[in-house]
Design a protein around this ligand. Structure first.
Ligand code: G3P
Length: 214
C-alpha cells in the first residue's frame, strides 16, 4: 500500500521522506493556508522533495474554472495530480482533464455511489474521507470496503486513496481491505512507528549491555 503525506508542511515531508515513507503527497486549500505561502510555491517545493504523485486542489467552483486552474497546476510539474471536488462540475472537469492526459484526484467523496461516478469520469485517484464519516457516526472504513469491492467487480483503474485519516488503525484497516493508498498527517504516520514493547525491549537490551560481565 502506498503511503502519502497529507500535509503542506515541507519540513514534515522532508523528515518522512528521509525514512523512505512518502510515496506521494496530498495538499488541500486548508493545509496550504496554514503555511501562509502561495499554493504554487508550496507545491513546486514539494515536487522537489518527493518523486511521486503530488495532489494540488483547484479553488474554482465551476467546471470551466476548474479545468483552467487544473491545467495551470498540472503545468507546474509532471507529478502533479489535479484535485477536483465531487459534484457535477468536478466530474466534468475530471473527465476533461483526463481526456487531455492529466491525472485527477476526486476529493470530498463520502459514498460508494460518488466513488462509482468518480471511476467512470476517469479519475486516477478517489479520495473517500473516512475520518469525517466517523465524526458523524457513520462507518468510514465500511465505505472503503464497498469501494474496493465495486472497483474490483468492474476492473476500474481508479486507485482508492483513503483520506481524512485520524489514527493508526485507519491505516492498518485500509491495508487489510486492500486500498491502494492512504494519505495521512505526519503525526499519524509517526504514531504508527511506536509500540510500548519496543521501548521496553530496547531499554532492557541497553540495561543488560551496561551490566554485562567485564
Ligand atoms: O486528505 C483530506 C484530508 O486532508 C482531510 O482530513 O482531517 O480535515 O478530515 P480532515
Amino acid at each position: 500500500m502506498k503511503i502519502f503525506a497529507d500535509t503542506a508542511d515541507v519540513n514534515e515531508i522532508r523528515r518522512l521522506a528521509s525514512m523512505g515513507l512518502v510515496d506521494g503527497v496530498t495538499t488541500n486549500p486548508s493545509l496550504v493556508a496554514k503555511t501562509g505561502r502561495e499554493y504554487a510555491d508550496v507545491v513546486k517545493e514539494i515536487c522537489g522533495i518527493v518523486d511521486g504523485p503530488i495532489s494540488a486542489e483547484v479553488i474554482s467552483t465551476d467546471a470551466k474554472g476548474m479545468i483552467e486552474e487544473g491545467l495551470r497546476l498540472a503545468a507546474i510539474h509532471p507529478n502533479i495530480v489535479v484535485k477536483t471536488p465531487m459534484g457535477p462540475d468536478g466530474l466534468i472537469a475530471c473527465r476533461e482533464l483526463a481526456n487531455r492526459g492529466h491525472r485527477v484526484n476526486m476529493t470530498l467523496v463520502f459514498s460508494a455511489g460518488q466513488a462509482l461516478l468518480t471511476a467512470k469520469a476517469g479519475a486516477y485517484l478517489v479520495s473517500p474521507f473516512v475520518g469525517r464519516l466517523d465524526d458523524i457516526s457513520e462507518d468510514g472504513m465500511a465505505l472503503i470496503a464497498d469501494i474496493v469491492s465495486i472497483y474490483r467487480n468492474y476492473g476500474y483503474k481508479t486507485e482508492v486513496l483513503v483520506a481524512s485519516v485520524r489514527h493508526p488503525m485507519h491505516i492498518v484497516e485500509a491495508a487489510k481491505l486492500g486500498a491502494d493508498c492512504v494519505t495521512c498527517p505526519a503525526k499519524t504516520i509517526e504514531q504508527l512507528m511506536h509500540h510500548p514493547l519496543t521501548d521496553r525491549g530496547l531499554a532492557a537490551f541497553l540495561k543488560d549491555w551496561e551490566n554485562r560481565k567485564r
